[in-house]
Write a protein of this length. Structure first.
Length: 219
């Protein structure tokens, strides 16, 4: 399995208001052919406000009301859920209920995701849980990477894209290096870093004293 960092840059508007709007699917992946489980998109089951899942629904033109039912089921049962009727398949992790925004037992959810990807021998997993953050939760990420990068248990997944807020790419690389060199004591090879699509806000029209803008891809 190839581990790849996918850097997501956000607009100043998003960072200032803490509104996550930017999302794009992986470049070079054809989602129209093959099994829906060839490509899995992992997100937090949260449609309340400006969330990654809401951006996913907007970009992929998914019915939010239908997705909301799965969100409620995922959160009420406090268990992960795979929706394989869509392409890419959607793997949802329950919304974090901790007031400290710390995921309890992150090892459990990453192991569930890896088991699903290994079972279907997925070509790609797009892991979006850290694509828009204010602070990098180092202990939490180390716990996940210890399982994900285990040199003995290698899942049958071609490429694992870990989306990371562009402000924390270097910190993420340092954590990745720490796990490889200090925990597994293996020669270090820096992961490939690719960029997600960049976006910008474009002023559309003026209504009263307000400017209405929309988000579009920045060429």
């Amino acid at each position: 399995m190839e581990f790849i960092l996918r850097s997501q840059e956000h607009t100043e508007h998003e960072k200032h208001l803490l509104h996550k709007l930017s999302f794009s699917i992986l470049d070079g992946v054809d989602y129209r052919f093959g099994r829906t489980t060839d490509n899995i998109l992992s997100v937090t089951s949260d449609l309340n406000g400006f969330t990654t899942l809401k951006s996913v629904c907007r970009i992929l033109d998914w019915d939010i009301e239908k997705v909301q039912k799965d969100v409620e089921g995922c959160n009420n049962r406090d268990s992960s859920r795979l929706i394989s009727q869509v392409s890419p398949s959607l793997f949802m992790v329950p919304k974090n209920k901790s007031k400290d925004f710390v995921i309890e037992h992150p090892e459990y959810y990453i192991s569930e995701l890896i088991k699903v990807g290994d079972y279907f021998q997925s070509k790609t997993i797009q892991f979006t849980h850290y694509s828009f953050i204010e602070k990098l939760p180092q202990v939490e990420i180390i716990s996940i990477l210890v399982l994900l990068l285990n040199p003995v248990l290698v899942p049958r997944i071609e490429k694992f894209y870990w989306e990371i807020d562009s402000r924390f790419v270097e910190e993420m690389k340092s954590i990745h290096r720490y796990v490889i060199e200090n925990i597994y004591r293996r020669p270090y090879k820096e992961p490939q870093v690719v960029n997600g699509k960049r976006f910008k806000f474009v002023d559309d029209k003026v209504i009263g004293n307000s400017i209405v803008s929309y988000l579009e891809e920045d060429e």
